[in-house]
Design a protein around this ligand. Structure first.
Ligand SMILES: Cc1cc2nc3c(=O)[nH]c(=O)nc-3n(C[C@H](O)[C@H](O)[C@H](O)COP(=O)(O)OP(=O)(O)OC[C@H]3O[C@@H](n4cnc5c(N)ncnc54)[C@H](O)[C@@H]3O)c2cc1C
Length: 364
């Protein structure tokens, strides 16, 4: 079997690693448009439950990555200066570049060496083409996948800061231009992720459209001064964006299959995009192993196994993204009610379940 994997992000790297292990005889080529050490953004966070899949399916990778992770319990919401702790929820985080290097090493350990600085070219002549080339997938344009892309109305930018936070915290603030939020958490010994966000009206009033990178950063450092406490923001292609919600009616067409963000994105507020990408890789490898050289059967089996799970998670991500798009309105609630609205936003946490996981918060 001759396989082309396009993209060496989490989806492409992990799929290549798993495929090489389960089908050592197949001919595998991985192309990545960027250099090996290039990435955007800072850290990514996983919930405890988000890592369970890895422990269950690939204990060796789980054991190797666990010491690399920053881990903590509890989630903090700050509104009107009041700090509310939602207890009992575990998280783990890692720098995205650190994670990609780890995945590159895993791939290299089984003899997979992506061709970096190599944008995808001709995709003919392969038995299988795996489009793991992210939300703006080029390969997706090669056939009709029934792609639909909508955008969240909020603006966000993905920064880092050398100020170390102890836990995943959502801090909501207001100034003369409107409402701001930041998702901040540690992803390394001396570095935290700092994803800033504001609604479209605030963004307009603040005049961000006319600000260059330095002025934007200076403005944000002022807004978030109570959180940063003198620490700077660090930029890494930290431009304002609207989060893209990518959906595809068809997951595969002919011998081309979509995985990871190329297949679907999940709003970053539920911290699941990387985990979904890796779960896609696991499911696709299993289907290819089961159906051997019958590619159409394997791709159908992959979709049948994954679609119900993905649909549920995507519904939760959409609900969470929609809550954030209206966070300025929610901020009219007093702090406790606001935190309650926040924790229920994805529609997946019912009060009974919350009572079990976060008894102190519910009692409070
Ligand atoms: C602000 C923000 C915060 C996030 N936080 C989290 C989080 O906390 N937890 C979490 O799990 N997820 C998070 N995510 C989502 C996560 O980053 C993605 O879901 C994940 O990276 C998807 O992996 P992927 O491999 O499918 O795509 P990508 O990571 O986008 O990788 C795609 C790769 O394909 C390459 N490529 C693209 N086009 C071509 C081409 N033409 N030829 C060759 N190569 C190409 C790219 O260079 C890239 O390396 C966040 C996303 C955002 C925007």
């Amino acid at each position: 079997m001759k396989v082309l994997v396009v993209g060496a992000g989490p989806a492409g790297l992990y799929f290549s690693y798993l495929l090489r292990k389960s089908r050592p005889g197949c001919e595998l080529r991985v192309v990545e448009q960027n250099p090996a050490d290039a990435t955007f953004g800072f850290g990514v966070v996983f919930s405890d439950r988000a890592l369970e899949f890895l422990q269950a399916d690939d204990a060796a990778t789980y054991d190797l990555i666990t010491p690399e992770l920053e881990a903590w319990v509890d989630l903090v919401v700050v509104h009107r200066g009041e700090r509310m702790v939602i207890d009992g929820i575990g998280f783990a985080a890692i720098g995205r570049l650190h994670f990609l290097r780890f995945m590159q090493q895993r791939a290299a350990s089984v003899g997979v060496h992506p061709e970096f600085n190599t944008p995808v070219g001709d995709i003919s002549g392969y038995d299988l083409v795996v489009a793991a080339d992210g939300a703006n997938s080029t390969v997706r344009r090669s056939a009709d996948f029934g792609t639909r892309i909508t955008h969240c109305t909020n603006k966000f930018a993905w920064y880092g800061t050398p100020r170390r936070f102890e836990k995943l915290t959502q801090t909501f603030l207001a100034n003369e231009h409107g409402a701001f939020n930041v998702h901040h958490y540690p992803h390394g010994a001396a570095m935290s992720t700092f994803v800033v966000e504001c609604d479209a009206a605030t963004w307009e009033r603040a005049g961000f459209a006319a600000m260059d990178e330095a002025r934007t950063k200076a403005y944000l450092e002022r807004v978030y001064a109570p959180v940063l406490q003198g620490a700077p923001l660090v930029s890494n292609k930290s431009i304002w964006r609207n989060f893209p919600n990518v959906r595809n009616e068809r997951w595969h067409a002919g011998n081309v299959v979509l995985i990871g963000d190329a297949l679907r994105t999940a709003h970053f507020s539920i911290g699941s995009g990387t985990r979904l990408a890796m779960e896609d890789a696991i499911a696709l490898t299993k289907a290819l192993f089961e159906y051997k050289n019958d590619i159409p059967a394997a791709l159908s089996a992959f979709e049948a196994a994954r679609r119900p799970i993905v649909d549920k998670l995507v519904a939760a991500a959409d609900a969470s993204g929609a809550w954030y798009d209206h966070f300025a309105g929610h901020m009219k609630l007093p702090p406790r009610e606001f935190a309650w609205s926040y924790i229920q936003r994805s529609g997946r946490i019912d009060p009974e379940r919350l009572r079990k996981t976060s008894p102190k918060f519910v009692d409070g």
